[in-house]
Every structure is written in C-alpha cells, then in structure tokens.
Unconditional design. Structure first.
Length: 428
C-alpha cells in the first residue's frame, strides 16, 4: 500500500539487495484475502441467526437503510474488521522488518543514530534550525550542523540544536567543515542598564596595639679638619628613649654638641627634653606635660629649665603623613641670673614617610614671652633618615637645628644658632 515505508532505498545505499521486501509486501495481501473469506462466512451465519431480532434492528438503524441481505451485511462487517486487522498486521510486520533492517545496517549495534533517520528528522526541522559554526556532510549528501564537541579515529560527536548530542561513525562521514555561517539578522533589543554591585575595598587589619615596651636610639656624627695652622673638630651625639601604651606615650631625648677650633672650645651645648602625652581612647585629642633642660656655656644665662602643660591634637594620623599640634602654658627659669619668664608653648611635630626605607621629620617649638609682648624664642629642626639594613635598625641621618632668641643684647645683636649635622643612627 502507499503508506508502507520503502525500505529498498536504504538497502541500495549500503550496496545490499534483499528480496524479503517483496515477501513483506505480499503477506498483508494474502492475509486480506484469507480474512475476507473467513469473515464473509462468519458474518453470513451470524446474520442468519440475528435476522428478526432486536440487535439486527439496531444495526439497520445505524447504517441508515443500507441494503441488508445476508451477503451485504457480511461485506459491511468485513470492511470494518479487515481494516482493524490489517492495521495491526502491518504494524507488526513492518516493525519486525524495520528492526531486521537496522540489524543489518548497523551490525556493530553501537549507540550511534542511523544517518537515514537522522537526516529525515533534520530536514523536517531545518526551517526552525539556528545557524551553527560546524557542519558534517554524510556519505548520502545530508548535512548536520551544530557544534563539534569531540573527535576520534572512529567517530565524531556533535551538539545538534534539535537532536541534542549525536555521535556519528567516521565511515558515515564524507567531510567535516568548521566554518562560520551567517546568522539571521535579529532586531537589536534595547540595552537595559543593569545595576552593578560595587564591592567595598578590603579593610586593612588594624595595627597592633602598643604594649608599652621601650625602644631606644643612639646617634653619632663627627667631622674635623687639621693642618699646620688650624685644627677644627665638630661632634654631635644624641640619644632617645620611647615607649607607648594604649593610654600614654613617653619620649625622652638628649642632644650634645661640642666644637673646637685650634684647640679652643667654641661650642658646648646640651639639650634634654622630656615629653609625657596622655591619650584619650577613641579621640584625637590628648594632653601633654613637657619639661626641658638646656646648658650653653656661650650664652649669658648658661643654664635654663622649663615646664609646660596643655592639650594636643593629632590633626593628621596614618600613613604616609602624621601631623600633631600642641599648645600649652608654662615658665622657664634661667640661672645664675635667677630669672623667671612666663611663656606659652606652641609646637608641631610632622613625620612624612617617603617610602619603606626613608622618612622626613620636622619639629617646631615656639615660646612667646608673656611679660614682654613681641619677644619670643623658638627651636626648629629638620631631619632626614634612610635605612641601611632590611630591619631598619641602622640608618643614616642628616639634619639642621636652628635656635633663635629675639631678645636684643646690649650691643644690639641677636641670638641665632644654626647647627648642621650628619651621622649614623642605631635603633634597638
């Protein structure tokens, strides 16, 4: 019949001819003839028994007046029965024939899909297929388009848009192309801006809390020259001790300058400074108490002590720059003149970390005279340090210290003492 599949085409493609196809076509025809004879005899007997009974009337009403001789009823019933029986028979025989056909076509029984059926389905879905980059041309001329996943000596695996992942045997493949295919033009969709999550920068770990341990520093610098007529020697020595806890900070420093020229002493200056700072947790404000002692053999006062107290504020703190301001009130005492002088103290300390090895320090202390307005003195300094070791325990240092006093001497001169120095510093 017209609806039966023509399996001869598939066999010819593989170079085989099987006459069993003719037998498959003849079996339904023989069965029809046999069932026609059996059905006619059966229906004729049943029709003779049912004539005149109620069920026969139902059949007549259902057929709307068709001729109802015994032979006519048998023929009508045979048509219905023959159609159902033939449908079942064809389905059974064709299913067995198709299975036998694939057994011969794929004797290895591999899980690969038959190219003929694959091609048929691909052709039906071609109108709805999307464009793929890779294509496989089969021996029969059919083409599979998709994305090639893996290749081996025996097979090629491709992802098909409609059939999924397929494994095709090498002996069924004529050629493989991996060329881009133009995709259909799709109207551009409006771009909708999506919110972008901005993650905060990682927070660096807080610095370790100070434990109140002491740290010490020693610095030494020396220079000199000597010839037959002159001999000059300069020396600077400094020491510093520091400690810090969560509640306070202590700094004690000492500087000593000594200078000779042709064996005559021209400078002998000692400056000692002690600073105690009281810290307030969670605040940049602090309080300080400061005491100083200075000895200069070439000044009229020779020795001077002072004490001051007041608040301080850390204006800038952290890396790479820290700046601290201080302001207080106090007094200084000079002897042997036994002179008391009430003074203010305005100070600032700046530390600028240039890199991991070097830093720049600046300090300024101004002492306005409260008895004589307009008179003041100050001590300013600038120091540059650079580490010479990886541990930063040995450093080279160079600096300038300027000490100025606006008090006029009887001869009308001023006191401005500038000291320039260089040397090594050791921290431990």
């Amino acid at each position: 019949s017209d609806h039966e599949p023509d399996l001869r085409i598939g066999l010819r493609r593989n170079g085989r001819r099987e006459e069993i196809i003719l037998l498959i076509r003849l079996i339904p025809m023989l069965l029809r003839a046999l069932m026609m004879a059996l059905t006619a005899a059966l229906i004729a007997g049943i029709g003779a028994r049912l004539r005149g009974r109620r069920i026969w009337g139902v059949i007549r009403r259902t057929t709307r007046g068709a001729p109802w001789s015994t032979l006519g009823g048998a023929i009508w019933f045979w048509v219905v029965f023959d159609f159902v029986a033939t449908l079942i028979c064809h389905s059974f025989l064709n299913a067995r024939a198709v299975r036998r056909f694939f057994d011969r076509l794929l004797p290895s029984r591999t899980p690969m899909i038959n190219p003929i059926i694959l091609t048929t389905v691909s052709t039906i879905l071609l109108a709805h297929a999307v464009s793929f980059a890779d294509s496989i041309t089969l021996i029969g001329g059919d083409v599979l388009r998709g994305t090639i996943v893996t290749e081996s000596d025996k097979s090629v695996t491709i992802d098909h848009g409609a059939l999924g992942r397929i494994e095709v045997a090498r002996d069924q493949i004529a050629s493989i192309e991996m060329t881009p295919i133009a995709k259909p033009v799709v109207p551009a969709e409006p771009i909708v801006a999506k919110p972008t999550a901005i993650l905060p920068a990682p927070v660096p770990p807080p610095p370790a809390a100070p434990d109140g341990s002491w740290k010490f520093m020693l610095s030494l610098g020396m220079s000199g020259s000597k010839n037959d007529q002159t001999s000059n020697w300069d020396m600077r020595a400094a020491a510093e001790a520091m400690r810090e806890s969560e509640s306070d900070r202590t700094t004690i420093s000492t500087e000593f300058y000594y200078k000779t020229s042709d064996g005559v002493e021209t400078d002998n200056n000692v400056l000692v400074r002690g600073l105690e700072e009281f810290l307030f947790k969670g605040s940049r404000w602090e309080a300080f108490v400061q005491g100083t002692y200075q000895n200069d053999n070439f000044q009229e006062w020779e020795q001077r002590i002072g004490g001051y107290a007041g608040p301080g504020y850390r204006l800038i703190e952290g890396e790479p720059l820290t700046l601290k301001l201080r302001g207080g009130v106090g007094a200084s005492y000079e002897f042997p003149t036994s002179t008391w002088t009430p003074e203010l103290l305005l100070g600032e300390d700046l530390v600028w970390t240039l890199d991991t090895r070097s830093l720049l320090k600046h300090g300024l202390e101004i002492y306005p005279d409260l008895n004589q307005m307009g008179e003041y003195r100050f001590i300013a300094r600038v120091d540059y340090e650079i580490a010479l070791t990886e541990k930063n325990d040995l450093k080279a240092t160079v600096g300038v210290r300027d000490e100025f006093d606006s008090y006029l001497d009887p001869d009308g001169g001023t006191s401005n003492d500038i000291k320039i120095y260089a040397g090594l510093k050791y921290v431990f």
